[in-house]
Design a protein around this ligand. Structure first.
Ligand SMILES: [Zn+2]
Length: 374
C-alpha cells in the first residue's frame, strides 16, 4: 500500500523523458505534471510514514496485548490476552498484525503467568509464527489453578518447539534492540520480583513525592514478577510494567527515580488500585497514558484520579468505558475505544516518529490527536 506512490512517479518520469518540450504545453501534460507532483508528495509522506513506529493496543477485555511494529518491520508483542472464547483474543492480535503488514511476531514478552497475559499464547501460536518468547523465569504462583494451566500450556508449546525461550533479568536489553536497525531499544527494568539497581541513562533524580509514600504490602502473586519494559524510539520513551504492583514501583522510583520521565505510559495492571502509585506517576510524569482496562476490570476511580492529576499529562485514553468509574471517572467518549454497550473489540493505535512526535488514533470515534515533539 505504501510502495505504490514511490513506483508511480518514477514511471511517469520515465515516460515524460520521451516527450518533446513543446508537448508539455498540452493540457494532458499539465495533468501528468499535477499527478507527478501529487504522487511525489505521496512518496515523501509515505517515506515519513515508513520511519514510524506503530503500536496497537488490542482490546482483550481487561487483559493485555500490545503490539509494537518498528519501521523495519520487526515486531514485539507484550502479552497475549485471555484463553478460551474461541480464540477471540488471538484473532484480535492477528488482525492487528495484518493491519501492520507483518506475517510473523518476532518477540513476545510474557510479563507474568496470569491467564489474562499468557492465556492467549497457545491460540496465537496456532495462528501466526512466533520467533522468541521472553519471560521472567518459571511461574512462582503454584496455588492458582488458571496460572498453573497457563504455565503448563507454555511448557507444552516450548516442548513442541513452537518458538524459542529467553529469560531476562533487570537491566537486560531485549534482543529486538540488536536486530532493529531503526533505533528502537527495549530494556527490562523489572523481572521476577527484582528491579534495576542503577538509574537508566539520564534518570536518577530525587523524587520528592516519595516522602509521602505509603508502605505498600508486598504482593505475593505473579504480578510482582512482571517483566517491566522501557522502550526508547529516538527521543520517545515508552513504559510498560505489566501488572507490577506499588511495592515494586516504589523500588523503581524511590528515593531516586531510576526510570526518568516517560512520554507514553501503558497503564499498569489495567488501571487497578494495586498499581500506579502517586510516587510512580509523579516520577514518570507521562504526556499520554493508555489504559487497557475492561468494562469491569481495572479502571479504578482512585487510579484514574492519580493518572489524571499527574504533572505533565495531556491525555488519558481508555480501551473501555469503566463501569466502576461512572460519569466522574471516565474520559470523554472520543478517547475511549469501546464505549458502554456490547463489546466490539475496538483498538487504539499510536504512531510515533523518532523526533518525539506521535499520534494517537481511535478508529471507532475517528478521533486522532497529534502530539508535537517536546
Ligand atoms: Zn493483568
Amino acid at each position: 500500500m505504501l510502495r505504490m506512490p514511490r513506483l508511480f512517479p518514477s514511471l511517469l518520469v520515465a515516460r515524460s523523458r520521451t516527450r518533446t518540450a513543446a508537448s508539455w504545453r498540452t493540457p494532458i501534460s499539465c495533468i501528468i505534471l499535477a499527478v507527478l507532483f501529487l504522487s511525489s508528495s505521496g512518496a515523501a509522506s509515505s517515506a515519513a510514514a515508513q520511519k514510524a513506529l506503530h503500536i496497537f493496543f488490542v482490546d482483550v477485555e481487561g487483559g493485555q496485548a500490545t503490539l509494537f511494529v518498528t519501521p523495519a518491520g520487526q515486531s514485539l508483542l507484550i502479552d497475549t490476552g485471555w484463553p478460551g472464547n474461541d480464540g477471540r483474543d488471538a484473532d484480535r492480535i492477528v488482525a492487528a498484525a495484518k493491519k501492520a503488514g507483518i506475517r510473523k511476531i518476532d518477540y513476545v514478552v510474557i510479563t507474568h503467568f496470569h491467564s489474562d497475559h499468557v492465556g492467549g499464547l497457545p491460540q496465537l501460536a496456532a495462528r501466526i509464527p512466533i520467533g522468541t518468547v521472553i519471560d521472567h523465569g518459571d511461574n512462582r504462583e503454584s496455588t492458582d489453578a488458571p496460572t498453573v494451566q497457563g504455565w503448563q500450556a507454555y511448557q507444552e508449546l516450548l516442548a513442541a518447539k513452537k518458538f524459542k525461550r529467553l529469560t531476562v533479568k533487570p537491566g537486560d536489553s531485549l534482543p529486538i534492540s540488536s536486530t532493529s536497525v531503526d533505533g528502537l531499544q527495549a530494556t527490562a527494568v523489572s523481572a521476577d520480583g527484582a528491579v534495576i539497581d542503577h538509574p537508566l541513562p539520564g534518570a536518577g533524580q530525587e523524587n520528592a513525592s516519595c516522602n509521602n509514600t505509603e508502605a505498600y504490602p508486598a504482593d505475593q502473586t505473579e504480578n510482582v514478577r512482571s517483566v517491566g519494559t522501557l522502550i526508547t524510539f529516538g527521543k520517545l520513551r515508552i513504559l510498560d510494567l505489566g501488572d507490577l504492583t506499588r511495592d515494586k514501583e516504589t523500588e523503581l522510583v524511590c528515593p531516586r527515580n531510576k526510570l526518568g520521565a516517560i512520554d507514553i505510559y501503558i497503564v499498569s495492571h489495567h488501571g487497578w488500585s494495586q498499581s500506579s502509585s502517586p510516587a510512580l506517576l509523579n516520577a514518570i510524569a507521562p504526556r499520554v497514558a493508555i489504559m487497557d482496562n475492561g468494562a469491569n476490570k481495572g479502571g479504578t476511580p482512585s487510579v484514574w484520579d492519580i493518572i489524571e492529576k499527574s504533572p505533565r499529562l495531556e491525555n488519558l485514553w481508555q480501551l473501555h468505558y469503566s463501569d466502576e468509574g461512572g460519569a466522574a471517572h471516565n474520559v470523554a467518549a472520543e478517547f475511549i475505544a469501546n464505549p458502554e454497550g456490547p463489546d466490539a473489540g475496538n483498538y487504539l493505535e499510536l504512531t510515533a516518529w523518532p523526533n518525539g512526535r506521535f499520534d494517537v488514533w481511535n478508529p471507532r470515534a475517528a478521533k486522532r490527536i497529534h502530539y508535537p515533539a517536546r
